[in-house]
Design a protein around this ligand. Sequence first.
Ligand SMILES: [Zn+2]
Length: 81
Amino acid sequence: MATDTILLCCATCGRSINYPRHVDRTIPKEIVKIVQGKCDQCWDGDFDGEDWFDAEGRHWMPLPEPPALSATDVRRKGNDR
Ligand SMILES: [Zn+2]
């Protein structure tokens, strides 16, 4: 079941906050928890990665961008005459 908030945890200080889901619509609705290397208070200029988890504790790899459609999906028959 999707929740309205995502639990955002910091691996450095252990702090966790509830993050409103609507702020970032790129996060899949299955994700209920995100563990950051550094939160905004621990952040020292280096971006550290995130780990995403769903309600069953499965680890998701964050996707930097949506997967592109394969060429066969978008190709159309152009030779019909
Ligand atoms: Zn922190």
